[in-house]
Design a protein around this ligand. Structure first.
Ligand code: SF4
Length: 420
């Protein structure tokens, strides 16, 4: 099986929170226009324009020839580490048959992920301005009190919070009437599998308008929709549309049990999360599913077995087609959020605890990764020092009920010992 081919450039449209078009949600490369200078942007270009652009054709030609693609580095890296990636070779033969020698793909994509901007009510620890305007506003506000800290965050962007220069800016490319209508038409006509993400989609009126549009066109019945939600909000209007879909899945972004998810997904409330889960369970019918999608990271890896046990119990004792679990939200960036940057002593302790529970192959791989060293001693010290500086400041600003030091005292001790 090909180690580089992926179905995404052949069957998938992706629009990022800022309207830029990419291959998928894993890559951080925007697709350049044919002048190789500007970038495809949903507020200026149509999906048809980017689909058979020079860069898209080049990517397909290279994949078919077995060459690696710069845009796909993250998937290759995850696979080298034995971790499931989003890359899929399903249907490869047919996709190649439908592609001309110059890379033109003769069919439209039938799957799509649309990120409706960055309006969000939370400021999750592993998040950034890119996905939450509230996160950006908070970083700015802390920076007003402590400009040195803000400069430091900017300098260490890739390590600490996936920095963008547009702190506090609301990405609302979809507000333009013409743009919105073109996207709705495209989705209604072509897309069979749609993932809707934000920001938080349930807070964005256009998310409901999209359902309404497809309903009026009579196309809901042919669609599978996945809604990625932080469960802080539900809307009864969804009960009008969800039953009409071919099928629908809630990807529940819950990162821990009780106070731990409240800390990571600040300022969410555990009671509300549980209430929302029950709301979706009450309308599951024959076509609904709920999948837990925790962002596995340093701040919850020690609870991974407990999260899975809680979830299986909530699902009634077993996972099945209606109740699932996905590893795809595992956090790789920013680097201070990745569990593999913790001191070896603590990683081994956690691996020992987790290994007493059995789940699946991905779970076993995560334990294996914890037992391996990933950085030089200097890099470990740099990341651990940054972890402390970033989280202490945020905790202090938020005046949290419990700080990371109180929630993870063993990790605190272990880091302090290591960076001494
Ligand atoms: S290999 Fe990964 S990064 Fe590349 S298109 Fe596929 S899913 Fe996206």
């Amino acid at each position: 099986m090909s180690k580089v081919f992926c179905e995404k450039p052949f069957n998938h449209n992706y629009i990022h929170t800022n309207g830029k078009m990419r291959l998928c949600c894993t890559t951080i490369q925007d697709i350049p226009t044919d002048n190789n200078y500007n970038l495809f942007d949903a507020s200026k270009h149509t999906i048809d324009e980017y689909w058979n652009s020079n860069r898209m054709k080049e990517i397909r030609r290279k994949m078919i020839a077995g060459e690696k693609i710069r845009d796909c580095e993250r998937c290759y890296r995850q696979e080298e580490q034995g971790v499931e990636s989003l890359r899929s070779t399903q249907g490869m033969k047919n996709y190649i048959m439908d592609t001309l020698p110059d890379g033109t793909h003769q069919k439209s994509a039938d799957t799509m992920q649309i990120q409706l901007g960055n309006i969000c009510n939370l400021k999750c620890k592993m998040c950034s301005q890119m996905y939450s305007h509230m996160h950006g506003l908070e970083t700015l506000e802390i920076g007003r009190q402590d400009p040195d800290w803000l400069h430091w965050v900017k300098e260490h962007g890739a390590n600490v919070n996936n920095w963008t220069n547009e702190l506090g800016v609301k990405q609302e490319w979809y507000k333009n009437k013409e743009t919105k209508l073109k996207i709705f038409e495209h989705i209604s006509k072509n897309i069979k599998h749609l993932n809707v993400i934000g920001g938080e989609p349930t807070l964005i009126p256009e998310f409901y308008e999209l359902f309404d549009y497809c309903d009026k066109q009579g196309t809901l019945g042919g669609k599978s929709v996945t809604l990625v939600t932080n469960l802080t909000n539900t809307n009864p209007r969804l009960t009008q549309w969800l039953p009409k879909l071919k099928d629908w899945t809630i990807w529940a972004s819950v990162d821990g049990v009780g106070i731990r998810t409240e800390y990571i997904r600040y300022p969410s409330k555990w009671d509300k999360i549980q209430e929302s889960l029950e709301f979706y369970r009450s309308i599951l019918g024959d076509n609904g599913n709920i999948t837990l999608s925790p962002a596995i990271q340093l701040l919850n890896i020690d609870q991974l077995d407990d999260i899975i046990k809680w979830w299986i119990q909530w699902c009634g004792g077993e996972l099945n087609q209606k109740y699932g679990f996905t590893w795809l939200a595992t956090v790789w960036y920013p680097l201070i959020c990745n569990p593999n940057m913790a001191p070896r002593e603590w990683r081994l302790q956690v691996a020992e605890k987790l290994s007493k529970y059995k789940f699946d192959e991905n779970y076993e791989n995560i334990i294996k990764q914890l037992r391996r060293d990933h950085h030089t001693p200097e890099k470990y010290r740099e990341l651990q020092t940054a972890f402390i500086k970033y989280n202490d400041k945020q905790d202090q600003f938020r005046n949290v009920k419990k700080t990371w030091r109180q929630l993870l005292p063993d990790l605190e001790q272990s880091i302090i010992k290591e960076i001494k």
